[in-house]
Design a protein around this ligand. Structure first.
Ligand code: ZN
Ligand code: ZN
Ligand code: ZN
Ligand code: ZN
Length: 178
């Protein structure tokens, strides 16, 4: 049976594939499964990556790599061109003399969304599912009992042909589902 923790991870899938994510790159703010961590590091080799277990992820700005200057992350946003820019771009590159602001302001709403999502996982989904673990166990044994009672009742009242059919059907259901 799935545990609460597995389930929480199932909610958020890897950003590179469809598997549940176990890891998180704080630098790029992407969810990753164990396999894709290596893929992610290789894909952006020139940048540093702070990869941590998913539930320990840090909410911060994902600074994209500068297109003009590989290996440099964009810490600013150029308001003239409406695109991210690195320090080099603003000091001496294509955005020299342009009006720039910290990228953090531009990304405030995204950060808010991630905070909400984390709160949801830790305060609602995990406790809720822990409760469900118990509920599912109870429901399962109740269903099993009902099935046995039903079988008894049927056998008491039905004719031979139907009895056989019901017996095998219920036997099969009990062995497969419960
Ligand atoms: Zn993956
Ligand atoms: Zn990364
Ligand atoms: Zn640049
Ligand atoms: Zn610009």
């Amino acid at each position: 049976m799935a545990t609460s923790e597995n389930w929480a991870q199932d909610v958020i899938t890897c950003d590179l594939c469809v598997k549940p994510s176990q890891q998180f790159c704080n630098s790029c703010q992407v969810s990753l499964c164990n396999v894709c961590v290596h893929k992610h590091r290789e894909e952006f080799q020139s940048l540093s990556h702070d990869v941590v277990p998913f539930l320990h992820r840090k909410i911060q700005l994902a600074l994209p790599e500068c297109r003009e200057h590989p290996g440099h992350r964009c810490e600013a946003h150029c308001n003239n061109c409406n695109q991210p820019a690195c320090i080099k771009c603003i000091l001496s590159g294509p955005h020299k003399g342009h009006a720039a602001e910290e990228l953090s302001k531009t990304h405030e709403s995204k950060v808010q969304k991630i905070i909400k999502e984390t709160q949801l996982i830790t305060t609602k989904i995990i406790p809720n599912y822990q409760k469900k673990d118990v509920e599912i166990e109870t429901t399962m044994s109740e269903a099993k009992l009902n099935m046995i009672t039903l079988k008894k009742k049927m056998l008491d009242s039905s004719n031979c042909g139907i009895k056989k059919l019901i017996t095998s059907l219920i036997g099969w259901t009990l062995s497969v589902n419960l």
